[in-house]
Design a protein around this ligand. Sequence first.
Ligand code: SF4
Length: 624
Amino acid sequence: MDIDEVFEALSSKVKSYEKRLSQIEMSKDVYDLMINGQIGLIEAPTGIGKSFAYLVASSLFVKNFNKKIVIATSTINLQRQLILKDIPVIKEIFKDIVFDIALGRQNYACKRKFYAYASSIFSNIEDPKAFLANLKHGTKDEFDFWQEDIFEQIKSDKDSCMGRFCPQYRNCFFFNARARLKDADIVVTNHHLVFSDLFEVGEIFDAIDVLIFDEAHNIEKNLTSFATISFNFYDQLNLIRNFFSVISKLKLFELITKTTQTMDKLKDELINLANIVDYSTTYNEKYAKDFLIRVLDLQKQLVFDFINYKDKLDIELGVDFKALVDKFNLNLKILESFLSQNYEEAVYWLEKFKDIVLFNITNLNFADLLKKNLYPKVDSVVFTSATLSINSDFSFIKGVLGIDKASEKTFKTEFDYKSQAKLIIVNNIRDPQNDGYADDVSTLILKVAEQIHKGTLVLFTSYKTLNEVYDKAKDTLKKLGYTVLKQGASDNYNMQKVFFNSKTILFGVSSFWEGIDIKGENLSCVIITKLPFEVPTHPIEKAKYANLEKKGQNAFLNYSLHKAVLKFKQGFGRLIRTKDDTGFIIMADNRVLTKPYGKIFLNSLPEVDIETKNVEDLFLNLSR
Ligand code: SF4
């Protein structure tokens, strides 16, 4: 069987399957990359059906060569789509291929903890054994009728796991799930789990032959988050509270009192520091060192107090106790590292979180991590996304991924943007720094809303502006009959559902530039309020800038601009999701016309008609 024959078989067997030439071409490309053991970068815009393309290629490769493949996505939504929608169709043809999903350890309940803590935290469960026997996989979603913090207390974690010495080992949810992965031919997982397994743990993906990263435009963001470790006071407090809730019967009152006092002092220091730092800022010895030294001493005190009680616990609780002390020690190391600044490639930064400050360390040398830990371990790696290049130039993503040589391909869009959409650049919105900016954007939104009367997405680059504009526009929008939503007021998944049954206008930031997939009239207009440049003052961005400048590169052109263009393409791509969709993209930032780099944004888009208008002349009409 070859790729063409698989797609033929799909056409005749699966009623809902519609043959697409670009999809077949992409599938062949992925298959060739696997055969030749190459690294590939494939940009495939919405409409091609890229997930189906690589699933067909993967299944055929497994069938013909008995290889093992891992597919990693960035979002849970895409994982859901693969598992619930695409893979069942593929299974119609490849019945013998075993697919499975790999979740992080923390998604599984730990039976040992469950039994140990059941009586103190689950008073409503009469028969814990029967309760556990009713669970299918013991994953977090099966516990979703409980509050999140209750699951936190019984979730599996590496530090407190007794492994083979655990009385529950043979029936352990987590280890059984990992054992099943050994029999799987194709495993679906997320970027983060691949990184942690390749860079740290090495228990799942040791023997894989091919790795496919979908949503690969997010790799830089996901690597940044993966490579960040934090001293978070509230995480530490939660761990302590969970532990104390189960050791209270041991009557360790003295330890509880001492710990509470130390944690109170720690919190006071962190609140005082929060009063003098900006939202996110690079660590600066001048004003933060004295705080750091006091926080460090308190953390040492905590470790010291706990270690003195080590012998007072029974064996099972002793494992959780050790895990807690290990976590205290890890936090201590993070703080000590701030003092010594001993990682050259890292950025040390402080972040305001609630009323306190987090101490964060981010390792910026991703390219080296991947070069050392990824490429030598697998035969072939495919990176794919709807937005990987700028006019077929992949140099930015290659730099991020540490790739010197790769096969590169850009597919053209399947949609006819010239007849399906129009880009309107509004010329007279005041500069975002100007006090009148929020008024202008609000006026623009109302002008659009008066005409469109269909689903509209408004994309912002900051919550501050979003809230200002939302407050100005919401009452009038409601009077016009719109349901008005803003990001953060409800979860993203539920907000997307509202779009399916009402005339809705949604105000979104970050994740909505890419994490929204609404078809038809439910989304007929996207308003981009500002070009999506990252905040250049964020410590991570500043450090990345400085690293590039040190290497003699222009950080704005080679980094900031590339990221903004890729995000702009993502935002633009929210509008047209099928061949039947039509609508408008309204651009409220006229820097695409006035700045020299503006052309790079416009040239990165598919061929589309562009109009320039003042807000008062705005008239939404698709005909030319
Ligand atoms: S083996 Fe580890 S994760 Fe599994 S039940 Fe035992 S302690 Fe929990």
